[in-house]
Design a protein around this ligand. Structure first.
Ligand SMILES: O=P(O)(O)OC[C@H]1O[C@H](OP(=O)(O)OP(=O)(O)O)[C@H](O)[C@@H]1O
Ligand SMILES: Nc1ncnc2[nH]cnc12
Length: 172
C-alpha cells in the first residue's frame, strides 16, 4: 500500500505567532519507514538530474538534504544563520513568513559548474530557498533542482523559483 504522507504532518494554528498555521514534519521524521520513503522520493528526483552536491538551509533543510546526500554518495553543505559558520563565507539576506534573516555559505562549499540540489522541509514565501539558490549561484554552482517535503501554495513561493526544477511531496 502506498504511504499517505499527509497523515504524518501535524498542523498547529497560531505557532510560532498568531495567524501562522505551522506544518510540522516531526511525525514524519519520527517514523523510520515514512522518513525513508519520503527521502527516497527526493533521491529519485536527484538521481534523474545527476546531482553532484546538496545544499540546504538551517535547520530543517539539513534534515531533508543529509539523508539524500548519504544515499547518493555526494556532499552536503549547510547554509547557516549568522555566526554559525567559521572561515570564509558569503551572505544573502531574505524575508520569510515570519521575520527576516541572513544565510551564509562557505566559499568552498560548491565548485563552479557543480550540479547542485537545494533542499528544505517547506516552501512558504520562497525567501529562504531563493537566498540559498543565490548563495550557490554566487559560487558558480548550477542549481539543477529544488526539493521540499511541503509546499504552501497560497504563499506563492514557487513564483520566486519558477526557473528551477521543483519537487514537493505534499501541497497545502
Ligand atoms: O519559504 P519561506 O517563507 O522562506 O519559509 C520557509 C522556511 O521557514 C522555515 O525555516 P525557519 O526560518 O523557521 O528556520 P528553522 O528551519 O531553523 O526552524 C522552513 O524550514 C523553511 O526554511
Ligand atoms: N507555516 C509554516 N509551517 C512550518 N514552517 C514554516 N516556515 C515558514 N512558514 C511555515
Amino acid at each position: 500500500m502506498p504511504i499517505d504522507f499527509s497523515k504524518y504532518i501535524a498542523s498547529y494554528p497560531d505557532f510560532p505567532e498568531p495567524g501562522i498555521l505551522f506544518r510540522d514534519i516531526s511525525p514524519m521524521l519520527e517514523n523510520g519507514e515514512v522518513y525513508r520513503a519520503a527521502t527516497d522520493k527526493i533521491v529519485d528526483f536527484a538521481k534523474a538530474r545527476n546531482v553532484q552536491m546538496i545544499v540546504g538551509p538551517e535547520a530543517r533543510g539539513f534534515i531533508v538534504g543529509c539523508p539524500v546526500a548519504y544515499k547518493l554518495g555526494v556532499g552536503f553543505s549547510p547554509a547557516r544563520k549568522k555566526n554559525k559558520l567559521p572561515g570564509e563565507t558569503i551572505e544573502e539576506s531574505y524575508g520569510l513568513e515570519y521575520g527576516k534573516s541572513s544565510l551564509y555559505l562557505r566559499t568552498n562549499a560548491v565548485k563552479p559548474g557543480q550540479r547542485v540540489l537545494v533542499t528544505d522541509d517547506l516552501l512558504a514565501t520562497g525567501g529562504t530557498i531563493d537566498a540559498t539558490i543565490r548563495l550557490v549561484e554566487k559560487l558558480g554552482g548550477i542549481v539543477v533542482g529544488t526539493a521540499f517535503l511541503i509546499e504552501l501554495s497560497d504563499l506563492k513561493g514557487r513564483d520566486k523559483i519558477k526557473d528551477y526544477d521543483f519537487f514537493s511531496l505534499l501541497k497545502y
